[in-house]
Design a protein around this ligand. Sequence first.
Ligand code: KG4
Ligand code: ZN
Length: 363
Amino acid sequence: MLALETSCDETAVAILRENRSGRELLASEVASQVTAHEKFGGIVPEIASRNHLIYAPQLLDRAATAARTGWSEIDAFAATSGPGLASSLMIGASVAKGLAIGFGKRYLAINHLEGHLLSPFFGAEKDGDSDIKPNVSLIVSGGHTMLVVVRGLTNYRLIGYTVDDAAGEAFDKVAKMLGLGYPGGPEIEKHARGGDSKRFDFPRSMLGSENFSFSGLKTAVRYFLPKIGVIPSEAQRSRETPLNDAVTGTSGSLDFARDDKLLSDICASFQQAIIDVLVTKTIAAAKKYRVDLVTICGGVSCNQELRRQMRDASSRNGIEFKSAETWLCTDNAAMIAFAALLRLRAGFESQVTEEIDPNLKLA
Ligand code: KG4
Ligand code: ZN
C-alpha cells in the first residue's frame, strides 16, 4: 500500500507491506513546510499546494528507493481525501489517483481523522478486525479536538467536539503570546518542565459537557499576561529589553530572561488546564459508554505530560490506555497507509471519480 497525505502543510508518503508474516513499514517520508509559512503567521493555502506539488514527486522517489519497491509491485494507492485544505488535498489525491490509473491498481480515499484514530493500533498483529478493539478515542491536533466511540473499523460515533478552538490551536496561540516559536505545543511542553502547574489558576471550560471549548482559556491567558507585566504577542521583546520600559503591569515589570521560573510556571499552569479538561472528559466518556480502552492521537498527543496523566487516570479507573509512538502522532502518511490497508482488507475500495471533501466528517 502506498499512501499520500497532503491535507495541510505536511507532504508525506508511506509504503506499508502486509503479507502472511505480518506488516512492515517499508518507507515513511515527511516534508514539513513550517518555515515556508512561519513568516506569514499561518498557513497560506496556495503556498502549501505549490510545495506539495514540488515535494510529492521527490518523496515518492525517496520512498520507493527506501522500500526497494518497483512501482508495479504496489497493489493499491491511497490518499487523504479530507478534511483539510481543498487545494492541498487535491494534490495528494490527484497523484494517488494518477498512479492507480497508470498502473491499473486500486485507489482508496481515506479520512484524515480515521488515519489519526487508528494510529494507536499501528503495528498491532494482523488478525482481522479484532485489530481495532472498542475504545474511546481522543483526537487532539491543531485542527481538531474530538471524542469518538470506536466499536470497530468504520464503526465510529462522534460524541464530543470543540465548539471553538482546537487544543493544539490553543497551544499555538498561547505560545505566540509568550513569544515562543511555532508549533507552540512542543515549545510550551519544553518550558513547562519543572514549572509549578498550580501557580496560576486558568479556567477549565465546559467540564460538565462532552464538547470542548478552549477559546476562553486562550482569552484568560491574554488578559492575565498584562497583569503580570507582559504584553501578549510582544513578550519576545521582554527577553531583549527589560519590560518596565514598555509596560507597567499591576505586579510590576517582567523579564522572562531574568525570571525563567515565571515562564515555566505559566506554561505548566496553562498546559495543566488543557490536560485536566482532556483527561476528565475522556475518562468520563469511557465510563459512560462502558468502554475499557482509551486511546489518544493527533499532534497534541505527543505531549508526554498528557500521556502520563491519561495513563494514570485510566489505570486508576481500571481502563487500558494506548497511544501511538510520537512520530505517528503528528501528520504522516503511515497512518493513512495503515487505515487504507485495514479498509482494503475489509473489502473497501474507492472510485477514482470520488472527490476530495475539505469538510469530510468522520461519522
Ligand atoms: O496532528 P497535527 O500534526 O496536525 C493537525 O492535523 O492539526 O497537530 C499539530 C498540532 C499543533 O497545534 C502543535 O502545537 C500540537 O499539535 N503539538 C503539541 C505537541 N506537539 C505538537 N501540543 C502539545 N504538546 C506537544 N508536545
Ligand atoms: Zn492531523
